[in-house]
Design a protein around this ligand. Structure first.
Ligand SMILES: [Zn+2]
Length: 309
């Protein structure tokens, strides 16, 4: 019944907007990337009713007793599609939902997994950061998705991580690590030592323009710490890559370093913020998707951060 209601809503949206579309998420797929690890690669497009907020790379890890979801996705519809993929893959229950950080494309699907005994785990800074943006995030979701946003909601964590924390899925231990300010001030990574698999959240972007919503200098520092770690496989928060570890960090690191270098030069030349935003990092435009939407904000954030050093 629910899916019928959703289909009708989608058909009405298609009719109102005058375009023919396949129902969103009808082709929602997960790919095995390591033993027990499954990833759904999100769209690189901006949020629209056609993708229902399915933009981030999300997935799950299966143990002998439990499943851990790693990011429930950008809307209730995405969370439900992920839950259905889990049911098709294993009969083990979801015991943990790990949210890598407070950006809407990663967390708004959490309501699909709320149930007695399910732990919702985030960085210690998540709750405070999200509470500051809760209203604008909800308004923007409603603006972009209309009725398709219904049921997507902010779910508060039941467990928060200050430094590190392990969860046991049965025969598989996942190590969660809370990072200092980088992409955001509440970035959490997930590492499975048994397969050497690292889920990076938005500490790593491929194809999609990286986003600085914390500290550009902190971001580079965290990438350098991560690069020294032994990792067999890794999952970026956006985009795909086949590069070996840690080579897959290099392009994002180079972009962030360019932001720092050219912003420092702009400050030294006494350029105002608007002039800096128009010039810094423009040589990177062809390298990344969504550059127009995110790059200018990154320069603004970098300028504000470096202005007083
Ligand atoms: Zn993010």
């Amino acid at each position: 019944m629910l899916s019928r209601v959703r289909s009708i809503a989608i058909l009405m949206w298609a009719w109102v907007s005058g375009v023919a579309v396949a129902a969103p998420l009808d082709d929602f797929a997960v790919e095995p990337v390591a033993p027990g690890h499954y990833v759904h690669f999100g769209s690189l497009d901006e949020r629209t009713p056609a993708n229902v907020g399915d933009q981030a790379n999300i997935g799950f890890v299966v143990g002998e007793q439990c499943v851990a979801v790693i990011d429930p996705g950008g809307s209730l519809a995405v969370g439900k599609a992920l839950a259905a993929s889990i049911r098709r893959t294993t009969d083990k229950p979801v015991c943990f939902v790990v949210i890598t950080h407070f950006h809407p494309d990663h967390f708004f699907g959490a309501a699909a997994f709320v149930a007695p005994g399910v732990q919702i785990i985030t960085h210690d800074g998540y709750r405070r950061a999200l509470n500051q943006r809760a209203r604008p995030y909800l308004n923007a979701l409603q603006r972009d998705l209309g009725d398709l946003a219904r049921g997507s909601d902010i779910v508060q964590p039941t467990v928060t991580v200050k430094a590190s924390h392990t969860i046991d899925l049965g025969g598989r231990i996942l190590r969660l690590e809370a990072w200092p300010v980088a992409h955001t001030d509440n970035d959490l990574t997930v590492f499975d030592e048994s397969t050497g698999t690292l889920w990076l959240g938005d500490l790593l972007f491929h194809q999609h323009t990286p986003v600085v919503d914390g500290s550009v200098l902190g971001f580079i520092k965290v990438l350098d710490t991560l690069a020294a770690r032994p990792v067999s496989r890794y999952i970026p928060g956006h985009g795909r890559t086949t590069l070996p570890w840690p080579d897959g960090l290099a392009q994002e690191r180079a972009y962030l370093q360019l932001l720092v270098r050219e912003t420092r030069a702009a400050l030294k030349a006494r350029k105002g913020i608007e002039e800096a935003v128009d010039s810094v990092g423009q040589s990177e435009a062809s390298q990344w998707s969504n550059f127009e939407s995110f790059h200018r904000r990154n320069v603004t954030a970098t300028y504000t951060e470096l202005e007083w050093e």
